[in-house]
Design a protein around this ligand. Structure first.
Ligand SMILES: CC(C)(COP(=O)(O)OP(=O)(O)OC[C@H]1O[C@@H](n2cnc3c(N)ncnc32)[C@H](O)[C@@H]1OP(=O)(O)O)[C@@H](O)C(=O)NCCC(=O)NCCS
Length: 141
């Protein structure tokens, strides 16, 4: 993710979330482990990661409305997993709204497992977060 991508990333963020990240949140992480997915030169999705030693947290992942349900999110997540394996990251963590069936299904398909629940973690609307984790070692079995 580069500075010039932020405008498009922010547009997608506003489009897909009821409580979008403010621009400053992207500004603080774009120089780190954040990536955009392009289709025909247009930003159609992004992922923001936090990587510390052998652990990665997926802080945000989204695909614009028009491109959802076409395998783009899976492509992006597979790329993240491969990248983390190349960097010897073992565990990948994320939080997801209980009601977010598309995202939960995607994560389960990729091998993520539920490891916990954060009560009332989200607002607008108030909702619990499911904590999920992927052990990259399991993918080698
Ligand atoms: C969650 C998200 C990233 C998935 O990306 P996507 O490109 O729409 O998903 P894909 O087309 O790659 O689908 C991959 C898998 O996800 C699951 N999935 C996707 N859409 C689904 C839906 N509407 N209902 C149920 N499962 C769904 C399925 O398991 C699917 O695999 P399948 O096609 O073999 O059934 C995307 O919907 C999105 O950006 N949502 C809004 C932001 C968001 O909720 N981010 C996650 C926050 S934790």
């Amino acid at each position: 993710m580069q500075e010039e991508d932020l405008e498009y990333v922010q547009q997608i963020e506003q489009e897909v979330y009821s409580n979008p990240w403010p621009l400053v949140a992207f500004e603080s992480c774009y120089a780190e482990d954040s990536y955009v997915l392009f289709l025909e030169g247009k930003v159609i999705g992004y992922v923001c990661l936090s990587v510390v030693l052998d652990e990665c947290s997926i802080m945000n992942i989204a695909i614009c409305h028009a491109q959802q349900g076409k395998g783009r999110g899976e492509l992006l997540l597979r790329r993240v997993i491969t990248l983390m394996q190349e960097r010897s990251v073992r565990y990948i963590y994320l939080d997801v709204r209980v009601s977010n069936v598309p995202a939960r299904s995607l994560y389960e398909k990729m091998g993520f497992r539920k490891i916990g629940l954060r009560k009332n973690y989200y607002n607008n609307p108030d909702e619990d977060a499911i904590v999920m984790a992927l052990d990259c070692e399991d993918l080698k079995k």
